[in-house]
Design a protein around this ligand. Structure first.
Ligand SMILES: [Zn+2]
Ligand SMILES: [Zn+2]
Length: 114
């Protein structure tokens, strides 16, 4: 068993972290150098994930991440949402969910189909 040549990541990667791992397997709506945005596998809502394995972005970074999340929600989903960045299941890596207002959520929210 020879490990593949490691690619040096731009951001710190924790291989035991679900969000760092998801960075390699999830289809994304959006990606840039600081974050990626995809549908959360557990909640079926869009979430933004900071590319840095750290739970505490600066206020400036957080604002930028949430702006991008809002942009994707507007384009891909089109619902009114609130930001949920209480990181219950993965507390060590910053991410934020966009949850629909009014408690309506579930699979099939996406407005664009195919
Ligand atoms: Zn991570
Ligand atoms: Zn989720």
């Amino acid at each position: 068993m020879t490990p593949a040549t490691p690619v040096t990541p731009a951001a710190p990667i924790d291989t035991t972290c679900e969000l760092c791992e998801a960075a390699q397997i999830t289809p994304w709506f959006y990606e840039d150098e600081v974050c990626w945005i995809a549908e959360c596998e557990q909640c079926w809502v869009p979430m933004v994930v900071w590319k840095t394995h750290d739970p505490n972005p600066t206020a400036e970074v957080r604002v930028v991440l949430l702006e991008k999340l809002a942009m994707v929600v507007a384009t891909e989903y089109g619902f009114d949402f609130y930001v949920d960045d209480h990181m219950r299941s993965i507390p060590h890596h910053y991410h934020a969910h966009a949850r629909p207002r009014g408690g309506f959520y579930g699979h099939g929210l996406r407005r664009t189909d195919g």
